[in-house]
Design a protein around this ligand. Structure first.
Ligand SMILES: Cc1cc2nc3c(=O)[nH]c(=O)nc-3n(C[C@H](O)[C@H](O)[C@H](O)COP(=O)(O)OP(=O)(O)OC[C@H]3O[C@@H](n4cnc5c(N)ncnc54)[C@H](O)[C@@H]3O)c2cc1C
Length: 366
């Protein structure tokens, strides 16, 4: 078999998953490559709120917050509604403690978001009042030098706001904080997280290639040994001596998958258009299959707002704070209410909440 290039680990996708895997490879002495289909680095992560759910970390403990993995496991079990797998749950929980320690040791500054409870606190068993959500400390953008221009920023404005700047704040307060962050050249939230990770990766000489779309996994017997990549210079085959990490995000812009897995007829997402479920397509071609999951598998889901929530108090992810109580709730957006590829749709839908005992059903008013 002939290869155009060879690395230890080939990480497909440049969001937090792909870059962290590449950093870990480099930290343990391997030679990683990150392949990114889009023109810039960062993936959905760079667009996101950057709130990381890591329970029972040493960061929380240092603040005197009492938590345990057993409680967090109970909470996940409840959220899973009978669909969760104990092995996967344990892997996540133990891995998150290790990941926080690993990233902090690399110099990625994470902080506990004070006062932010679990989405279902206090109603779900094992839920916590605070301590489980971390976010990156503001990142001084000048530290990235020329790499700054290779990093994507959130088109949703999250990159200049920390959680405390936006959760439960008035529009005026948010605007002021945004202006201060811009003046200080600070990157926050998901973009800030990716800036920290990119700095850690660049320091460890991780190799990045943008506009490189992985189209196929190459198998030798039972092992995946490389990838086929569509590049601006034509198709290349890249060997992965130790493995391929598929970190291509979700499938927001794949109509067939959205219809099949979410039971939604229309498309809409705040993710970049490169998020098309390529991992499922490529791994599926080798016989991989998806474990069954409920149609509404995400804790942030469709069509309902918590009691007393107005659209103005909702952040861009659909997380919301009750203006009367200051408590956070959860909700999400029916797909037609969130930005679509067609910019004419962006402002065309308004929502009028109708309060019910559990939440408010949103109806489009235009
Ligand atoms: C507005 C918004 C806010 C959010 N806020 C939060 C939050 O606060 N907390 C939270 O936990 N989650 C949040 N999320 C969800 C979270 O951002 C994602 O779950 C997470 O970033 C996924 O990370 P990832 O590394 O798996 O993939 P991504 O960050 O999605 O990166 C995947 C990358 O793979 C690339 N790619 C895809 N296919 C290929 C291919 N074939 N070849 C090469 N590259 C490819 C894509 O272009 C992309 O850059 C939010 C999402 C949105 C949209």
């Amino acid at each position: 078999m002939t290869w155009n290039d060879a690395f230890d680990t080939v990480c497909v996708g440049s969001g937090a998953g792909g870059i962290t895997a590449a950093i870990a490879t480099a930290a343990y002495g391997g030679r990683p490559l990150v392949l990114e289909k889009g023109p810039r680095l960062g993936g959905v992560t760079a667009y996101s709120g950057g709130q990381i759910w890591f329970p029972a970390t040493r960061l929380a403990a240092a603040l005197g917050i009492v938590d345990s993995l057993a409680d967090a496991s109970l909470y996940l079990e409840h959220l899973g509604s009978g669909y969760s797998q104990p092995a996967a749950r344990d892997a996540y929980l133990n891995g998150s403690v290790a990941a926080e320690a690993f990233l902090s040791d690399l110099g990625v500054e994470l902080e506990v978001i004070r006062g932010l409870p679990d989405y279902f606190y206090p109603h779900a068993p094992g839920s916590a009042a605070e301590g489980r959500y971390l976010e990156p400390a503001p990142f001084a953008s000048r530290r990235l030098g020329a790499w700054l221009h290779r990093l994507d920023v959130s088109p949703h404005g999250l990159h200049v706001l920390r959680s405390a700047d936006r959760e439960g704040q008035t529009e005026d307060q948010v605007r002021r904080r945004r202006e201060e962050r811009i003046a200080a050249g600070e990157l926050c939230s998901g973009t800030g997280l990716m800036a920290w990770l990119l700095e850690a990766a660049v320091t460890r000489a991780v190799d990045f290639r943008t506009d490189h779309r992985v189209v196929e996994l190459v198998r030798d017997g039972q092992r995946v040994v490389g990838v086929v990549v569509d590049t601006p210079l034509g198709v290349q085959r890249i060997q992965a001596r130790r493995g391929v990490v598929l970190a291509t995000g979700g499938y927001d812009w794949n109509p067939e998958m959205v219809r099949t897995y979410e039971h939604l007829a229309d498309l809409g997402s705040m993710a970049p258009p490169t998020i098309e479920g390529d991992h499922l397509t490529m791994a599926g071609a080798l016989g991989a299959a998806i474990e069954s999951f409920p149609s509404w598998s995400s804790p942030v889901n469709m069509g309902f707002l918590a009691d007393g929530i107005s659209r103005r108090s909702m952040n861009s992810m659909g997380r919301c704070a009750n203006p009367k109580t200051g408590r956070h709730g959860w909700c999400s957006t029916k797909t037609s209410s969130i930005p679509t590829r067609d910019s004419s749709n962006r402002t065309s839908t308004r929502w009028r909440p109708t309060v019910t005992s559990r939440g408010a059903r949103r109806e489009p008013t235009t």
